[in-house]
Write a protein that binds this ligand. Structure first.
Ligand SMILES: [Ca+2]
Ligand SMILES: [Ca+2]
Length: 98
């Protein structure tokens, strides 16, 4: 039981480190903070995690318009994929409607 707890904690630490790394690397912003799901004025991996949690019903969005990165009035996994592609540099700007 103790070992399992330790493993979970180190796993969370790795995730935390990764998202910090991505957060530092990704200083992207957009005029209306489209894609800034968690409202910290930065578009980073934390936002895709927040959006994934919202899609799982674990997170309450403070600004729905920030999450709809392809502006189709629906917030779904497509938005999460677009946001991820934007953070990875595969999409150069938001909103992405292509
Ligand atoms: Ca953010
Ligand atoms: Ca959408």
């Amino acid at each position: 039981m103790k070992n399992k707890t330790k493993k979970i904690i180190s796993f969370l630490a790795v995730i935390g480190t990764m998202s910090t790394m991505f957060g530092t690397m990704t200083m992207k912003t957009s005029a209306n903070y489209l894609g800034d799901i968690n409202g910290d004025n930065l578009i980073s991996m934390s936002d895709t995690i927040a959006l994934a949690r919202f899609l799982n019903g674990e997170y309450v969005l403070s600004d729905y318009s920030a999450a709809d990165v392809n502006v189709n009035a629906i917030i779904d996994d497509v938005d999460r994929q677009i946001l991820l592609a934007f953070i990875m540099g595969n999409i150069s700007s938001l909103p992405y409607t292509g």
